[in-house]
Design a binder for this molecule. Structure first.
Ligand code: UT7
Length: 340
């Protein structure tokens, strides 16, 4: 079960009007198409690992544990600070864990929180770990701001949860994690891990041809080596279609109905995606919390930030049934059903 939650958000807040000064967009377009009104931006000193570590410390404290009570770290991000090692190792040090423990960095983009929860559940059930810290953090704004379609949605931040053994009937009930590589070319970023690739000096894999054509048309940006690309509407449609199927699969597996669920903590990718999910699954919107207006899309970080907020506001209580779900690049996606 989730025994502790923590969040870290950088101080600086950028409104849509601030964004409109950086790229060709408007508050009206961003808020009506995405629901985002502001987002946080990490400073030069803040990193994926530093934000993740701060969130992790808070989650351990919230669980009433000490750093050395953690038996394993599972870290998810799209933007690790170094090519290697992953941020999980930096986080282990920054949190002050003095024991040697397994540290697993996972590269599964926005649904990393669901993958992390699913993995933690398996390790805990098998008895190989008692308390697992899952940490999700993204320093992504600076990479996405080169393209207005993507740059307006994302924000920076980190979140974490300590997962412990089930207590009574409180715990992780069902997780569904899925991937379909058919979506690779709809949502992709070339990076400086692949020297020369961005400017077409190296051979582009066939699957990246749409990304290459997109950036050739716009002209590559001098000094920039990360090129995001997505076909927004395809991603939108796939997110809705696949998350609905996944939500129904977990509900059917346990033999419940959606009315048995108190909270639907959906990834904050675009407010319209979640409105569509609520409409098609016939969920009262009051059960689908949202903070995308203030936080934007924080990638892997969003679901636990949302849960932490709900807990602090007194809306998420021990024993509440929650559905968590997220969709992202790959395509990869997942859903979890838990009793908090
Ligand atoms: O977190 C990972 C998963 N990601 C997602 O789930 C994202 C899913 N997709 C989306 O959220 C939406 O597709 C977007 C927000 C990315 C785009 O919204 P849309 O309603 O699908 O817009 P569009 O791409 O169809 O573009 C509509 C128009 C276009 O102009 P024309 O061709 O109609 O003249 C775009 O060029 O809006 C234009 N446009 C913009 N205008 C002002 C695109 N981005 C912007 C912008 N500001 N930032």
């Amino acid at each position: 079960m989730i025994v502790g939650l923590g969040t870290y958000l950088p101080k600086e807040v950028l409104t849509n009007d601030d964004i409109a000064e950086m790229m060709d967009t408007s508050d009206e377009w961003i808020s009506s198409r995405t629901g985002v009104r502001s987002r946080h931006r990490a400073s030069a000193e803040e990193t994926t690992a530093s934000m993740g570590a701060e969130a992790g410390k808070k989650a351990i404290e919230d669980a009433g544990l000490e750093p050395d009570d953690i038996d394993m770290i599972i870290m998810g991000t799209m933007f690790q600070d170094f090519t290697y090692p992953g941020p999980g190792m930096v986080i282990q040090q920054a949190i002050g864990i003095t024991r040697t423990i397994p540290v697993i960095d996972i590269r599964v983009q926005c649904p990393a929180v669901i993958y992390g929860l699913s993995m933690a559940d398996v390790y805990i059930r098998s008895g190989q770990a008692k308390h697992i810290l899952i940490v999700m953090a993204e320093k992504e704004f600076e990479h996405f701001k080169v393209d207005r379609q993507i740059g307006v949605i994302f924000g920076d931040g980190g979140s974490a949860a300590v997962i412990g053994p089930a207590v009574g009937d409180r715990g992780v009930y069902v997780t569904d994690i899925q991937g379909d590589g058919a979506g690779v070319s709809d949502l992709v970023m070339t990076s400086d891990n692949m020297p020369g690739l961005a400017r077409g000096e190296a051979v582009w894999p066939e699957v990246l041809r749409k990304c290459k054509a997109y950036w050739e048309e716009r002209g590559f940006i001098p000094g920039h080596t990360k090129y995001p690309f997505w076909i927004g509407q395809e991603v939108f449609k796939n997110a809705v279609k696949r998350l609905i199927k996944s939500a129904r699969a977990v509900i059917n597996e346990i033999g419940w109905t959606f009315t048995d669920v108190q909270h639907f903590f959906f990834h904050q990718a675009n407010g319209r995606i979640n409105a569509k999910l609520a409409e098609l699954l016939k969920l009262p919107i009051s059960k689908v919390p949202s903070n995308i207006d203030r936080i934007g899309n924080t990638g892997a970080g969003s679901v636990l930030i949302l849960m932490d907020e709900a807990k602090k506001a007194g809306n998420l209580k021990p024993g509440d049934i929650c559905m968590l779900s997220a969709f992202g690049a790959g395509y990869l996606w997942g859903t979890a059903l838990i009793k908090f």
